[in-house]
Write a new protein. Structure first.
Length: 210
């Protein structure tokens, strides 16, 4: 095992580190396949169809695999119950951890299985980190999240086409379907998710209210 993983397991096992409950995935979380775009074709009103498409895609957006990295507090959360990150972490100035304890202290370029730990694996991706504060989602309504995603002033200057590409092909987004041992993946597949986002955009990219 790498020195980094040993260091991280030491932190996880240390006293007073907060949440220490079970790490098994919540059986009530729905990870069934996403509905295909054809399932919404009977909705005649295009704006209503657009909202329905986004609502289905939001089963991914609002899943724990995404929400944990989109905190309002700038403190990452973990697990299907979105409990506070162990050990305590902050986003830091660049959303990749505080000086002296960056995300890469524990999170490498890929998932790493653990042995004898209360977590089954440590997540990993070359760009592991928190979403920017402008994309904080926890505690927001679905309509608020939708408008954030569309707002170029908050989404990194992305056009709707850029958003579709990001959602459908970005490997960090794709981690949600390959989250490592001990975690349920996001519903469906990244390809299904991308198709729903594309259909949402083609029908006007309307957002739910409020």
């Amino acid at each position: 095992m790498y020195v980094r993983e040993l260091f991280c397991l030491f932190l996880l096992a240390g006293p007073g580190m907060g949440w220490a409950g079970p790490t098994g995935a919540d059986p009530q979380i729905d990870t069934s396949g996403l509905k295909p775009t054809a399932a919404f074709s009977a909705i005649q009103d295009e704006s209503q169809r657009s909202v329905a498409l986004f609502t289905e895609a939001a089963r991914v957006i609002e899943s724990p695999r995404c929400m944990n990295c989109h905190p309002v507090s700038r403190q990452p959360t973990q697990g299907d119950d979105l409990h506070p990150h162990v050990p305590f972490m902050r986003a830091g100035p660049d959303d990749h951890g505080a000086p002296g304890l960056p995300c890469k202290s524990c999170h490498g370029s890929s998932n790493v299985a653990t042995v004898g730990s209360r977590i089954a694996s440590i997540p990993g991706n070359p760009r592991w980190g928190l979403a920017p504060v402008s994309m904080s989602w926890q505690g927001k309504t679905l309509g608020e999240i939708c408008r954030q995603i569309k707002d170029r002033a908050r989404n990194g200057g992305r056009s709707l086409a850029d958003i579709r590409t990001h959602m459908a092909t970005d490997r960090l987004v794709g981690w949600a379907w390959r989250p490592g041992e001990g975690r349920k993946p996001a519903p469906g597949t990244q390809a299904e998710f991308g198709t729903l986002i594309e259909a949402w955009i083609s029908t006007g990219a309307h957002c739910p209210t409020p």
